[in-house]
Design a protein. Sequence first.
Lengths: 555, 304, 342
Amino acid sequence: MKSIMSITTSALCALSIAGAASAQEILILAEDVPAGLNYDGPTAAIPSSQQGMVTLLEPLVGYADGEVSDGVTLPDFNTFEGRLAESWEFDEASLTWTFKLREGVTGCGGATFNADDVIYTFQRAKSVSGAAPIGWFLSNVASIHGFGPEVFGDDASAKELGDSIVKIDDYTVQIKQGEPNALLLPVLTIFGLLIFDKETMEANATDSDPWSHDYVNNTNAPGFGAYCLESWAKNEQITYSSFEGYYRGAPDATRVSVRRVPQSSNRLVVLRSGQADLVTGLTPREFNSIAEVDGVTVAGITGNENLFIHMNFDVAPFDNVNLRKAISHAIPYDQIIATGYFGQATKWEGHVPSTYPGFTASAGFSYDPEIAKTLLAEAGYPDGAGLEVFADAFALSYVAEKESTLGPIVNVIQTALRDVGIPATLNPIPQTQYGDRQLVKRDLPFAVNDQEKPIGVDAGYAVQLFFVSPEKGGLNNMVNYRNDELDTMWSGARVEPDNATRDATLAKIQDMLAADVVWLPVVEYRTQWAFSDKITGLKWYPDNSIRYSDLQIDE
Amino acid sequence: MAAATQELMPEQATYIPPAHRADWLMRIGVSIVTLVIFLAIFGPYIGPYDPTRTTIRIAVPPPGFTEMPRLFWAWIDGTLDHPPHWMGTDANGYDIFSRVIAAPRTDLKIALLANILSLIAGIFFGLVAGYWRNWSTELLIRVSDVLQSFPVFIMAMVLVALAGRSATNIIIALAFVYTPIYLRLTRAEVLSQTSRGFVEAARAMGNSELSIAMRHVLPNSLTPALIQSSVTIGFAILLTAGLSFVGAGVRPPTPEWGLMISTGANQIVLGEWWPSVFPGLAISLTVFGFAVLGNALERRYERG
Amino acid sequence: MLLRYITRRTLIGFVQLFCLVIAVFFLIRLLPADPVSRLVGLNSSPEAYEQAARQLGLHRSLFDQLGIYLGLNPEIAQGLLQGSLGTSWATGSSVGSEITTFLPVTLQLITLAFILAFVISIPVGMLGALNPGKAADKGIFVYSLFAGSQPEFWWGLLFVYVFYFQLGWAPAPLGQLSPMTFPPEPVTGFMLIDTLIAGEPAKFFEALHHLMMPVITLAFILSGPIIKMVRQNMVRALQSDFVLYANLIGLPGKRVARYALRAAMGPSMTLIGILYGFMLSGAVLVESVFSLGGIGQYAIRSVLAFDYPAIQGVVLVITAISLIVYLALDLIHAAIDPRIAY
């Protein structure tokens, strides 16, 4: 009896192992496939291209797993985990980080990882030879020594790594900071400093393109990630096959194909028919419509996606704080959550993502048209009288390509504002123009923005990026907010080594932002995915790209 | 394509069916056009909802046929808490019926203004090119050629990218499309006019070239272009709708048929047909009405 | 004589094209948005901006840029004279290669649509012309007026709703093939030809299946003016002297009809050319409804991304094709019709 049982059990075990070893391929539908794989290239800012980069390349450092919500694992932003770097030490006196690199890591095509690859990557970043200097930017934000604006000149020696980043031996690298800055480890997790394989990159360099930008823009990104590039047709599809020797274990999904299906409703259709396994980028309405369908799972978490209203201090009448406050009470937050997001959002109570370390809930705006009208009168425009002259300023801009997602929201906002007497109209503009006016010209008066997701997971990073005066380094200060007190407070907090003090200062800063209604935070909406029931193990990352190596496929 | 057919159609003799059989078709055309003009003037006021205000009812389907009489009477009696959505609502919460009947104002305004602009420019240049034949007028025709082979949609998008989405920009883009057509029509007519005797006679009497051109040739050359314009207005509506559909048209939430179809296009695969079908039906009938009317006028002219 | 005419028209065509290239070059540089902004995304420091501008070649003077574009400075970059349309700023690939990916899709679509439209329109138009004034003719006339005034994108959506969503006869409007299928090696760029070259008949039929609805939609719209034109020209031809003579000497009706048809096709050539040229960019509406990824969608995407080289490339290619088509038809017409003076 026993022997029969044990034979049966072992037979069953053998069968299940055999089952697990069979090829597991998944088909993903996305708005676009990578248009380039180069984080220093022209497509660096495009999420679908970033997805390709994080699939093929690996960072030095990552976050440990945190809590699980709705089946999706969130990172624990307070705990770092080694990836290509195994461990590290920080010497406060000399501001030097010593990274011990992982041995035995290999990549596609026989690549082997060692300190040379790290040095190569940083040297390439410092050469700022690509179309966009993202690698340099992140290094600069983390105050890595030698990565200042001087590299942009014609002086070739300014582009040398020098002693900022030094190879001690094949598996040890030292990185020196120019000042105390808590952002070094967070920055090393970001897609803009993923490690390239030096040998393959150099083999594909040319005289006119010594850093292989053309190669990475159009052919492949050689590195140490979980997948190898099998085929890539821009604007059509990209296929990855898993790398058996991935140092964290061979991925469950042996082959991942991503097809470009630009319209979200079309992606929905294919998923519903069972032909695709995972889709991203549906509208809240579409997610809502398949949440109950058999065979399909919809999972969502609150990550770092948010929606706020942007009012430019440099454009009248938005320099009037009472007007700004009036508008803050004229927005029907609950209606937006209900009809714009189908409940998959929460009211945003601050100016930085609530999941980020250093966040304080400071904004307490409520929907109250009566208060809005009173404040409007206090601002000098009773019932909106006198605002007609600012008609151009009240054209609510938004990205035209996102009409299907933002449509219900901007229309509700427009109607609500008109109800209190503010002559709002709608102004959809193409993404490129929106980006230009927001970031370069900074002249967008009034807009709805749902694409600011600070990639540095830190409230301080967000403050630096968005709220410090443009002249003092606020690179994305789209509303032209200038507050000397904030600037001073931040310049102190930036290099503050004690976390408690830093957090306290950041809390005060966030209170100031709320008092001046620098941004009008509306909601934090959930990042959602829809996928077939056989997939589990999804993890969320701050760049909103999933790592295919996390996926578990049950047949 | 609709614009392209203007090129050749009017120059060729149209088949003339016997008068009494033609009437019913023309009556249909006239009724449609009259209805559209009526809506252009009164449309935004007679709908149950404000066409630019959202309601909180998202994507409500239209009532079934059997439902409608009951709803209608309930509405008259005042027992409903909100007016019925005869054509349903779209994903943003707008009442579709109110917007469908408010749209003719936008579309007709654009079509009319674009037409007038291109008529003036086309007739003027056509007159010049037909009357004075030298290298500069030859150049004019070549430029007109190039304009015609220019991809319309791309040009409109570039214009929109240049100056933003607004009715004015569409009018300019449409004017670019239709001016060459009127130019050719007028020029052909002018050429045939100047080969007739009265021009020689006027010259012999000592009239200046300019006065001959303006007082004798021009009035006689207007007809083909004017006849053409009634059809062109209809096609301008098509083009406006098409431009709005690709995102180069009017700004939301202006009610405009093409824009409504575009907003509703994503929902078709979800089975929600009403946001796109009703505006499309409206365009379909309207442009057909204008085409019929234009055709009838053509026939009158040919006969006369 | 004919040769001189051909040379003259070809030269004029080249001049037109050249002027167009220059005009478009300057026109799109009037665009208000900065293509640089797309690159500086995360980081808009003045240094990064400079860097990006340098990458795009925008730091040079306008005329220098024009010179490079035309191919006058091949050491800096390839230009028109070398046969290169430049590099797309949005994707980094060569504009020429992108256009050769997208253009065949549109060409395939509209060629098939024209063929279908002809197959329908010629018999119908002839029927109307041979039975003037009868009920059939009246019906045909009304149909032609109706079809020619329809919004094709709406009919496309309607077909999707009825034939895909309700009846399930047509595939989902997801592109040339279903997302599950790997496309064949792009040899010519025409999906139907490539599937046959690759020896995969199953994919050929799948592509045909996916093309079914867009082609029917376009053919429906095209049938309007084509029927009208065939009918009118046939009627004219039937009223001409030689047909009168043919009838008088007792030729069978069918034969006469065929002669008349041949005579009717001549003047129709110009319209076909104009329609075809227009459809190159006009098909974008149907292309977007069915997600086909043709040249129109590429053009729109380029305009929205302020991708100067791509916009220039697309405008150049589409206009060049239209001009070539007009030129060819003008020449054919001139060769056939002795009334046209060179």
